[in-house]
Design a protein around this ligand. Sequence first.
Ligand code: PEP
Ligand code: CO
Length: 449
Amino acid sequence: MKWTPSSWRNFPIKQQPTYQNKELLKAVEAELSTYPPIIFAGEARNLKNDLAKAGRGEAFIVQGGDCAESFSAFNADDIKSLFKLILQMSVVLTYSSGKPVIKIGRIAGQFAKPRSSDFEEIDGLKLPSYRGDIINSMEFTREAREPNPKNMLKAYNQSAATLNLFRAFSRGGLADLNKVHRWNLDFIKDNPLGQRYDELSDKIDSSMKFMAACGLTSDTVPQLHQTTIYTSHEALLLNYEEALTREDTETGDWYDCAAHMLWIGDRTRGIDEAHIEYFRGIKNPIGCKVGPSMGEDELIELIDALNPDNEEGRLNLIVRMGADKIQDYFPKLLKRVKDENRNVVWSCDPMHGNVEKSSTGFKTRDFDNILSEVEQFIFIHKGMGTVAGGIHLEMTGNDVTECTGSKSSAITAEGLSSRYHTQCDPRLNANQALELSFMLSDAITQTEK
Ligand code: PEP
Ligand code: CO
């Protein structure tokens, strides 16, 4: 059947809001479709080439950011902290693996959330669930929970402004390798992790001095001075994605110009459903979450629907089983894909299979489970002779208390209430994310022995 940016509308769809004002919805979609693209097709093609390298084991992906961005916590400091954290993690991993890190933010468009229930009930009042700021608001009032099409315009503007700052940081000097010490975030500096990072920075400084003496400086080698950070989000709200889907004048192909990479959530990956229909027609590199309910035949069918030409770098399978399940569920999927010679890039989301409720009532994740899932992922690949391509994390550059555990933060169930700021799922704070990077780099080094 012929694909168009709107052909998904002929398929069953899950996890969507019910907009009451259809006229307003139409008007917003029409307006958005006249707005400039947020990214351009050539950038998405570059990312696809980069992901192909990760699939071959020549690079490693670090993808991370908020579970859900919010309109209220939109400010330059938070964006800068996440940017610095991604750079720090990249330095740690590049140094140990000797491979470039492909940096992808869960940012500049990560607004729409799938929910386990369509409604939320408190004290007898039943209202639509919060589905992310692009759809409705978190406050538990009838008005706030009503899906508002105009939120899409606000999400577009926030995404464009966020990416603008990311681009400025990437090119404007903040990413200069001569400044690795300065990427250390204030609250990390004084703990052992900060010191480990500083030691690494000292080694990089020595290398930079050596290279400068050989005539290789930021002025002569742009790679030392600037970087590329791509954007990504779950393309859940297809009304928004369709409005930003544009035909590339150079190739005649269609791209979702809302982000460089888009992914399909674990709850909306039904083979005969709207999200698969939409994703099969866009040429961006795409991701698909793979949870414990994924069958082997189902996975091959999905791969063939999304990547019929078996292209490298097109499809990133983001495995999110849970630390206690990955060993039972993942190796058989991996083996099947390997035996059938499908080109995919495997990465590990150690967040979404490890959600638990703390004894103090908070939705949380424990650092040990997160680390364990990442390590198991690395070792399963090692055993199978396949490539662990990257990690996908919910994290923030701020010092929040949302996930328990870790040596650097040591957050207890009682400590969660102190700075629990997430809009949706609990994120690793900067200490925890950096600690995870060091542990991951140790695991990678171990597998390469
Ligand atoms: C997410 O990445 O925020 C998410 C909802 O993940 P999943 O689809 O894997 O549950
Ligand atoms: Co989440």
